[in-house]
Write a protein that binds this ligand. Structure first.
Ligand code: CA
Length: 659
């Protein structure tokens, strides 16, 4: 830009500022605008009281979020105060259907009211806040406009917050400090939840990872998360403040060894990710929500039809040493015997098996209908010290695409990329680059040691699943995790797993986490029925179960038989009963077949009557259940006229009902 032009535009700007001040002085009262859900129960009120943008949320006339801040501070201005809400609000009705085999519900109809609230500062339009309200979900994002000739900006800080009513309790897991944990790989969404805690804390000083569950006393529940995050922004967390307000926090400076910026940059006009608020009187809307997928769109078409399904992996029982040719052959045979579609070959295969032998394994598997997934370390210059190889391939496009071409040529089904450690914008770009390259070569992608997937099932058609949870590896690593296994399982369907596929890698039928299934190391304290129930409770279109070849002979036949028939894709989910941290019972449908699964983490045996309208009077179903000492079994029962069943689930036990 020429100096002359620059001066001219500055003078213009001064003129507008003076005009805006003159105009502004005549506007005294704050604007208050409302938008409601299609059924009218969920109400969002947007305001510019005192020049500070805010919104509040109520459901059925009960307040769920008090006036909560909106806005941000960018490197081109502070847009959190001195803001005016435009009188004109443009509205739009949304009624869309989409199909997505990889999430909890295969066909979704999304009906919502959209409203675009424009905020100005000194007469200039700065951003719109776009709200979409469906019957139980609020989603909102910012659309930032160019300022004069400025076509990009850096968001230094968001004011965006969530102010909960007094008495709200929390179900949260803390964000960990950067470059900590195993081989300096944190943060990777692998911390423990605290259930029913008081509001107003801030985790370990670094806030909380999404999604975040809140209980508004007896009024109901709120799940806060975000979706639509890609290389266009960073992934965020929630920072807790005294009084029960939580605000959007950006990644920590030290993530990715200090490389990359904390503050996301956006081109103008440009948008932030969606922040989502799911509200329910019961937990049903929390369990059944599809909002993470409703408001995003596919970013590219699928290269081909992707095959999901079940598989086995030696690593969970045999660890790094088991990644050898002979053991992988044995697991291919095992997957074939189970009728499974894959084997996941974990870390160190490049050194302990080698590429030539991997080709042989791929060919051997192909003849048995078993495809391979290969593990990779994500790392480049920016992160961890994890020595597990292959390293230095997934971090750059040249090596990555060459490797993927080779994988495609030998029929590899997908990759599992591990050890990311961070939510910076550059890391989000890496996730996206791996996904889009993998799609070019027809590969499915599983992430481990990673961030929460935020709408990725729909955005990236070859995205299968992510860890982002204290997963099955911890059951191998420590008895403490085994002792807490059921407690954690009662949280995931309401929190982590309800917003995205969760690669837990569980359902072990070994009594002990070692290859001999001998009494040493970590001992599983949960029942066999529990293992079966979690295969239904935990949703991921690709499941590598923690089963071992010895389970064909040392596990009960009814248990192994069920693991042969359990699906991994679902058409529908229904919340039946539960309380996070105590117990959970839900129903999933595959085709016309329902699976009701439940587990109990409470010391007391759970006895409750459930209503199962998905079964008809006189229908015969199988009931898998545990006795007092967690000895499981299956029996056939008939469904009565009232479609009710009395269930008994001991501590660390499970229940499973299906035709
Ligand atoms: Ca992990």
């Amino acid at each position: 830009m020429s100096v002359e032009k620059n001066l001219k535009s500055r003078n213009m700007m001064k003129f507008f500022i003076v005009m805006a001040m003159l105009l502004g002085s005549s506007v005294a009262s704050a604007e208050n605008k409302q938008i409601t859900s299609p059924d009218g129960k969920l109400v969002v009120t947007v305001s510019d009281m005192d020049g500070r943008p805010s919104y509040s949320v109520s459901y059925d006339n009960v307040l769920f979020l008090k006036p909560s801040p909106l806005g941000m501070i960018a490197n081109i201005g502070d847009f959190s105060s001195g803001m005016s809400l435009e009188k004109n609000v443009s509205t739009n009705k949304i009624d869309e259907t989409y199909e997505l085999a990889s999430i909890k519900k295969s066909k979704v109809r999304y009906v919502a009211n959209e409203a675009v609230f424009s905020f100005t500062q000194q007469g200039k339009t700065i951003y719109d806040v776009i709200f979409r309200i469906s019957n139980n979900d609020v989603a909102f994002k910012y659309k930032m406009y160019p300022q004069g000739e400025t076509l990009s900006c850096v968001i230094k800080k968001e004011a965006t917050g969530f102010a909960f009513p007094d008495g709200t309790t929390t179900f949260l897991c803390p964000q960990s400090k950067p470059m900590g944990g195993f081989a300096r790989t944190s943060p990777s969404y692998e911390t423990s939840y605290t259930a029913d805690d008081v509001a107003g804390k801030n985790g370990w000083g670094e806030g909380y990872t999404f999604p975040c569950l809140f209980r508004n006393g007896d009024n109901g529940w709120v799940l806060v998360s975000e979706t639509g995050v890609n290389g266009g922004y960073c992934a965020s967390r929630l920072l807790g403040h005294k009084g029960g307000t939580y605000t959007i926090g950006f990644p920590q400076e030290g993530e990715a060894n200090g490389n990359g910026t904390v503050s996301p940059g956006i081109a103008l006009p440009g948008e932030t990710p969606w922040r989502t608020i799911t509200v329910g009187k019961t937990l049903a809307p929390i369990v059944e929500t599809t909002v993470p997928f409703d408001v995003v769109k596919p970013l590219y078409p699928a290269k081909g039809e992707y095959t999901y399904g079940r598989g086995s992996w030696s690593w969970i029982i045999g660890m790094d040493g088991s990644t050898n040719y002979k053991e992988q052959l044995r697991y291919i045979d095992f997957s074939a015997a189970m009728g499974y579609q894959s084997v996941l070959v974990d870390a160190l295969w490049d050194k302990q098996i080698g590429r030539d032998k991997i080709e042989e394994l791929a060919k051997y598997g192909k003849d048995k209908g078993v495809a391979l997934y290969l593990w990779y370390n994500s790392n480049g210059y920016w992160n961890d010290d994890a020595p597990q190889t292959p390293r230095g391939i997934m971090d750059n496009a040249i090596a990555r695409r060459k490797e993927m071409k080779w994988m495609q040529s030998i029929g590899i089904r997908g990759i599992k990329v591990d050890f990311f450690g961070g939510d910076k914008q550059m890391t989000m770009q890496l996730y996206e680059d791996i996904l889009s390259d993998a799609n070019e070569y027809g590969l499915l992608v599983i992430f481990h040691g990673c961030t929460l997937p935020r709408g990725w099932e729909r955005m990236y058609p070859n995205f299968a699943s992510s860890e982002a949870v204290l997963a099955s590896e911890n059951l191998h690593f420590s008895q403490g995790s085994c002792d807490n296994e059921a407690f954690n399982a009662t949280l995931h369907p309401f929190i982590r797993n309800t917003v995205g596929s969760m690669d837990f890698g569980g359902s072990a039928l070994n009594k002990y986490y070692n290859a001999d299934n001998a009494p040493r190391g970590s001992r599983r304290v949960t029942s066999d029925v529990y293992a079966l129930a979690t295969a239904v409770l935990f949703q991921s279109p690709v499941q590598h179960f923690a089963l071992a070849p010895n389970n064909l002979t040392d596990a009960p036949a009814w248990a192994i038989d069920f693991m042969k028939e359990v699906p991994t894709t679902w058409d529908e989910v229904r919340f039946i009963d539960g309380y996070p941290g105590k117990y959970v019972i839900l129903a999933r449908r595959h085709g016309d077949k329902w699976y009701i699964a439940g587990v109990n983490a409470q010391k007391e045996t759970l006895k409750l009557k459930v209503n199962l309208p998905m079964f008809s009077n006189g229908e015969k179903v199988r009931l898998f259940s545990d006795d007092k000492v967690l000895q499981g079994g299956v029996k056939q029962i008939g469904i009565g006229k009232k479609q009710e069943l009395q269930l008994t689930i001991p501590c660390n036990g499970g229940v499973l009902i299906t035709k």
